[in-house]
Design a protein around this ligand. Structure first.
Ligand code: AGP
Length: 607
């Protein structure tokens, strides 16, 4: 979603602002812009499309000034054209905004009646005019900003500069995240710490409802009641190196190949390498007596939740409900007071999931968050955080975040089984061994890179693709289909293999590849029958299975991808890797923008 950077600096602001925007590119955007104060006056450059287009504009017409704001826009209200790109400005103020102003129509009518003329179709522009009117009425910029915020409804982050005030930057957070960076004689604001990584390591995160007055040497934070508050300044561990591509062509490729390391980093937090005992942070509930767990997430994180559903119920005999976050609140779920709701999210900022978390909290649920960004809103609002240690994930298509989420859920299911006494010591021991071996097995799957690249040749020309799986392979089939859709723009569906005969079988044709995930588990024979049914109707099967499975059903397949044999419990993690790589190689073959696929945003902060 939209990205914000702001600087009250010592030197030229524009190069730093544009650089900051580049580090926010991963969030997804379709236009960009920058505004600075040049001799006290607001000047701006904007461009639709990529940041490279903005750079061209800035090169053609350089933009001086030491104080400024910049923005990447992901279109909601109005097309991604230059007129709608941020910053929006009057002669008095320029603003950048992330989120939605829900009452913009009403405000626009009111401001138009006062003679304000609008230049864009955006909801955001009302903020610039509202501030201008308040300043024109005689208010100081800081007071005008505080007053303007009270008129705005919705979830957003906003930053503003004011003509004639070169040592001033105003910013606020309500719903969408905003970080403050502390420099030496210069200060920064950014949508996340990544944007500010090379500028400073000293970061504080605004709480929801906070607004801030920033100068080159001071940061004054107010809460939603306008009371001056302090927010802790933390040293961030993020550095430019962590967010580089290294020797890889794409962030997604790098992140796929990082998985053995980051799964290991995550598992080590929960599984003791010496004793193989699994330990969770202190939970706000007693796993022994808990009646039910509610899991909630979006997209890939939701599919991780679906695997967790199988695992927790199977191992710990603990009932689980899984909901898509955007539907959760609206179905008015029955949530028992004191029960446990778990929210799964890479970013920890996805507004659908965050709103669902707040809903569950309001119903008296205890909240656990499985998140990758430790300073995120979900992490801060949860009763307990079960972190994934994937490191920054830049590729829009989630990969390492998913397998580390699975690693946490596997550890949780194990710990719950132990606490509830639902598994024998021998079975638990065998399971701990299987969990412990995951990183090594993931490395072995990555070594199948060439076979996966070859299979991509079969998939790339297709218009439609089916992914089939049973049991825990079913969510991975859906995840595989999502990855392919996201980055190759090929229509794909993930189906429970047994459901194929209830409809999707009508789609089987030689030009609709069917990707079958069939580990040697209790469902293998049944899935093999579905391969027969597909073959009998002229379908082309790409079989992802272990050596045993390939020996049994490989002759029916057009291509096979061999995965190491493993305990059935860990197969969802191992089988995630080939579907990620397959989507990646198909996208490469099709020449799409792998890390920044069209229309998508990394962190979805609007409903
Ligand atoms: C995955 O490839 C997606 N881009 C998307 O589905 C993502 O998983 C979803 O938006 C949830 O994001 P979160 O994990 O940051 O909450």
């Amino acid at each position: 979603m939209c990205g914000i950077v702001g600087i009250v600096g010592k030197g030229a602001a524009t190069p730093l602002l544009v650089d900051g925007l580049k580090r926010l590119e991963y969030r997804g955007y379709d236009s960009a812009g920058v505004a600075t104060l040049v001799k006290g006056k607001i000047e701006r450059r904007r461009a639709s499309g990529r940041i490279a287009a903005l750079e061209e504009r800035v090169n053609a017409e350089p933009l001086g000034g030491r104080t400024g704001i910049a923005h990447t826009r992901w279109a909601t209200h109005g097309a991604p054209v230059e007129n709608n790109a941020h910053p929006h400005a009057t002669d008095k103020v320029a603003i950048v905004h992330n989120g939605i102003i829900e009452n913009f129509a009403e405000l626009k009518a009111e401001l138009a009646a006062k003679g304000r003329v609008f230049a864009s179709e955006t909801d955001s522009e009302v903020i610039a005019h509202l501030l201008t009117v308040l300043i024109d009425e005689g208010m100081a910029p800081e007071a005008a900003f505080g007053a303007a915020l009270k008129r705005l409804h919705g979830a957003f982050a906003v930053a503003a500069i004011v003509a004639g005030h070169e040592d001033l930057l105003l910013a606020a957070r309500r719903g969408s995240p905003l970080a403050i960076g502390y420099g030496d004689g210069e200060m920064f604001v950014g949508s996340d710490a990544l944007a500010l990584a090379p500028l400073t390591r000293k970061i504080s995160y605004l709480d929801d409802g906070d607004w801030v007055v920033v100068t080159g040497s001071t940061v004054t934070i107010h809460d939603h009641n306008d009371i001056q508050v302090t927010r802790a300044i933390k040293e961030t561990a993020l550095s430019g190196a962590l967010i580089g591509k290294g020797n890889f062509q794409h962030f997604m490729q790098k992140e796929i190949f990082e998985q053995p390391a980051v799964i290991g980093d995550t598992l080590r937090v929960y599984v003791n390498p010496a004793t193989r005992a699994v330990a969770l942070p202190d939970l706000p509930v007693d796993l022994k007596t808990l009646n039910r767990i509610q899991l909630v997430a979006c997209g890939t994180s939701y599919y991780a939740g679906l695997v967790g559903h199988y695992w927790i119920e199977r191992l710990a005999r603990l009932p689980v409900d899984v909901d898509i976050a955007s539907e959760f609140r609206y179905r008015d779920p029955i949530l028992e007071k004191g029960g446990l709701s778990m929210f799964v999210s890479q970013s920890g900022e996805t507004i659908d999931t965050l709103s669902a978390l707040r809903h569950a909290k309001a119903q008296g649920q205890k909240i656990a968050a499985i998140v990758n960004v430790p300073e995120s809103s979900m992490a801060r609002e949860a009763d307990v955080v079960l972190p994934t240690h994937a490191g920054p994930e830049i590729g829009v298509a989630s990969t390492k975040a998913f397998t580390t989420q699975l690693s946490v859920l596997a550890s949780f299911a194990f710990a719950a089984a132990k606490a509830r006494g639902t598994m024998s010591a021998a079975a638990l021991n065998e399971l701990a061994g299987a969990i412990y071996e995951i990183p090594e097995k993931v490395s072995a799957v990555l070594a199948m890179d060439e076979a996966i690249r070859a299979a991509a040749e079969i998939v790339a020309p297709a218009r439609d693709v089916l992914y089939l799986g049973r049991g825990t392979s079913y969510p991975i089939a859906m995840e595989g289909a999502l990855k392919l859709k996201e980055i190759s723009y090929i229509h794909a569906e993930g189906y429970p293999a047994g459901e194929m005969k209830h409809g999707p079988i009508a789609l089987i044709a030689s030009d609709v590849p069917v990707i079958v995930l069939a580990p040697s588990d209790e469902w293998f024979e049944k899935t093999a029958s579905n391969i027969q049914e597909t073959k009998a109707r002229g379908g082309q099967v790409i079989l992802i299975a272990d050596a045993k499975g390939i020996a049994k059903a490989g002759s029916l397949a057009t291509a096979t991808i061999e995965i190491p044999e493993s305990h059935p419990f860990v197969t969802p993690i191992l089988y995630s890797i080939p579907v990620q790589l397959l989507a990646y190689y198909v996208a490469i073959r099709k020449g799409t923008d792998v890390d920044k696929p069209r229309n998508l945003a990394k962190s979805v902060t609007v409903e």
